[in-house]
Design a protein. Structure first.
Length: 342
């Protein structure tokens, strides 16, 4: 079925567009009072994410209320370790917490082999099918997963961390175990992303939120190697967002994906000089711009748009929108992009 608004997909594949598409990472939830209302009707984040009817409802909210050019399924990257046997809890005001973590070979027994993603992650796949119905072909739906390195960080550390030093330690003290885990995560992630496509996801994004804590060689060995496997196995519009992976930008450009996500510290012109017209670039306004006045949001957005030297762009922030940003400011950003003629 043809989408009414397929700007995001056309921009992904380098086709002609009349204006730049715009959406926000973490748009589904957090900033909208309408989301908080749905969230308050259940016990917490996990119940919301695991209830397809509600997850699809909050996925569609930013399309209706903010006018974004794509929806992203309301879920979390941590559903993958959860499906593999390491269950997480989302603790209010603190974030994710895993009761069991992986520290040595014997802990591998905590992880289930050969899991069926259609079974263990049925709730996400159902939410995708339901969302497709509720979107009624208005805009594309983005599916996603965490990149293996970022997922490994949570499996080893068991929660967020400033340094993820236990995970980085493992790379030096037991690299074999790290590779074993990364390969298992990769295999599940490939199956999971393909299942998301089968259930209706029009495009996919891989989030490598902790790419930036590894040195260049480490990121090649423990990050890129597995991202490459995923991108080679999964076809279609695909964005790799490796936050902070500055020294690997040119390597990222060699991946067979359509789109590279840039954070706000990355230089758009430099990234373009590395890839020419071979990639769509996504990003990269500093999310903090959205704390500014209406005029400031407009002028900073214009500055970014004017720096684009190619139509191959998808406009976004350089990372997820912060929860205390006012929806009106988000709308100012979105409308500035939508009213800008290429
Ligand atoms: O982008 C979207 O709108 C879709 C939903 C989405 C969520 N998490 C929902 C969520 C996406 C794409 C994610 C990805 C995710 N989750 C990442 C990668 C992106 C990034 O920000 O770097 C990471 C590292 C996580 C892990 C995670 N989930 C953390 C560390 C936390 C706690 C801190 C926080 O950001 O709130 C979460 C919780 C989470 N995931 C919430 C939402 C809406 C907040 C839960 C709540 O409603 O209380």
């Amino acid at each position: 079925m043809k989408l009414e608004n397929d700007l995001y997909l056309r921009a992904s594949s380098g086709q002609e567009i009349e204006r730049y598409p715009v959406w926000l990472m973490r748009q589904a939830g957090r900033i909208l009072p309408e989301y908080r209302e749905v969230r308050a009707s259940v016990s917490g984040f996990k119940e919301l994410a695991e209830t397809p009817d509600l997850a699809s409802e909050v996925t569609v909210q930013p399309v209706d209320l903010l006018g974004v050019d794509a929806a992203i399924i309301f879920s979390d990257i941590l559903v993958v370790p959860d499906a593999m046997g390491l269950t997480y809890q989302m603790i209010e005001k603190k974030g994710p917490w895993f009761e069991k973590t992986i520290k040595n070979e014997s802990d591998l027994a905590l992880i289930d082999n050969d899991i069926d993603v259609e079974d263990r992650l049925a709730y996400v796949l159902q939410a995708i099918s339901l969302t497709k119905r509720k979107l009624n072909n208005r805009v594309p739906l983005i599916g996603f997963a965490g990149a293996p390195w970022t997922i490994l960080c949570y499996m080893v550390e068991g929660s967020g961390s400033k340094t993820f030093s236990q995970t980085r330690k493992l790379l030096y003290t037991n690299s074999q175990l790290a590779h074993e885990l990364l390969q298992r995560i990769t295999d599940v992630t490939i199956a999971y992303l393909k299942a998301q496509q089968r259930h209706g996801a029009d495009a996919l994004q891989l989030f490598d939120s902790w790419a930036g804590i590894l040195g260049h060689n480490q990121y090649q060995e423990f990050g890129m190697r597995y991202i490459k496997q995923i991108v080679e196995a999964v076809k279609g519009p695909f964005t790799v967002f490796s936050k902070g992976a500055y020294s690997s930008l040119s390597n990222l450009m060699d991946l067979p994906c359509t789109t590279i996500g840039l954070d706000w510290n990355m230089d758009m012109a430099f990234a373009r000089s590395l890839c020419g017209e071979s990639k769509t670039l996504q990003g990269n306004l500093d999310p903090c711009v959205l704390y500014g006045s209406e005029e400031r949001i407009q002028s900073e957005t214009f500055k970014m748009l004017k720096s684009f030297k190619s139509p191959r762009h998808i406009v976004n922030l350089g990372h997820g929108v912060y929860p205390d940003i006012h929806p009106e400011n988000v709308k100012t950003f979105i409308n500035t992009v939508k009213n800008y003629e290429i």
